[in-house]
Write a protein that binds this ligand. Structure first.
Ligand code: NAG
Length: 298
């Protein structure tokens, strides 16, 4: 696993819960699902599960908080791994199952077919099939665990970050409170404001994290490993339009190396669109960035 993905995941893990706070969860009642009341014997231990979807056997792993209370509705975070990977690696690399990130969340790590998510030209399944898998997975999670249906989030890295955006751009995205792709490869969303993206509602909270020196998903877009990618600034502009954002501000830190852009969008919601750019985040500088980025977040 590329170290870049590791740090991006940490940032995603730490930001995802905060992302929803101002824009989504204030005044929103917890919506408990039918899985509330079911006993689970291994809280705090990651368990592996199968699910039939579109005639295919799909898999995912689940990590319940060690203090899991069967009658308390928990937020759910789906974490989508990068290409040539699996959910268990994503879990270990990002440390998202550690209690400092998810003491009060149900973490779920789905597995792509052949180690990849739809949208890349090397993917083995269609976008429709992977979106159906997400729908089927959420249905299963609601029936099995005590889920707060108003607090379902998605984060992911690289190919998985791109797929998080594919979800956000689809009708399936309406089931989520917020999205936090990290170093996403936006193959399916490279066609303007509406060309490849039809969000289920507006505004839809999105937070993106990207390294200025990302050597595989270029900040300035172009030909990526699995297709053509938009420049990140262009792509952010599309989301600003989709979310009817009116103003934005940039907060620089670490001698101008880290840039946090915060948009104010429809209805005056501040932070419903956010972006973290770490200029020197790339292969050669990752250790420096570990310090800079983590210090910037915590
Ligand atoms: C995938 O897209 C990239 C970028 O356009 C291209 O270089 C590569 O040859 C494509 N691969 C396949 C299998 O189509």
């Amino acid at each position: 696993m590329h170290p870049f993905y590791y740090i991006a995941g940490i940032i995603a893990a730490s930001i995802t819960p905060g992302l929803a706070a101002p824009a989504v969860t204030i005044g929103v009642e917890a919506r408990a699902t039918s899985g509330c009341g079911k006993v689970h014997l291994l809280p705090g231990v990651t368990t592996y599960h199968g699910l039939a979807s579109s005639g295919r056997d799909r898999t995912y792993s689940v990590h319940l908080p060690s203090g899991y209370d069967k009658s308390k509705p928990y937020p759910v975070v789906l974490g989508f791994h990068g290409s040539s990977s699996i959910g268990l690696f994503f879990e270990v690399d990002t440390k998202m199952s550690e209690s400092r990130f998810s003491a009060n969340k149900i973490m779920v790590y789905p597995n792509g077919v052949g180690g990849a998510w739809a949208g890349a030209n090397y993917s083995q399944v269609s976008v429709d099939e992977d979106l159906q898998f997400v729908t089927d997975l959420l249905t299963e999670l609601r029936g099995e665990y005590c889920v707060d249906d108003s607090r379902i989030y998605a984060t992911g890295i690289s190919n998985g970050g791109g797929f998080v955006n594919t979800i956000a751009c689809s009708v399936v995205g309406g089931q989520f409170a917020a999205f936090a792709p990290a170093s996403g490869a936006y193959y399916t969303d490279n066609f303007g404001v509406t060309g490849g993206c039809s969000p289920a509602r507006s505004p839809l909270p999105v937070l993106e994290i990207h390294g200025g020196k990302d050597a595989s998903v270029f900040y300035n877009g172009g030909e990526g490993e699995g297709g053509t990618e938009p420049p990140i600034s262009t792509w952010l502009g599309w989301w600003a339009e989709r979310n009817a954002c009116t103003t934005s501000k940039v907060e620089d830190s670490f001698d101008g190396d880290v840039h946090h852009t915060i948009w104010t969008c429809a209805g005056g919601a501040e932070g419903v669109l956010q972006h973290w750019k770490v200029d020197d985040l790339g292969k050669l500088f990752f250790l420096l960035v570990v310090h800079k980025a983590s210090a910037a977040i915590y």
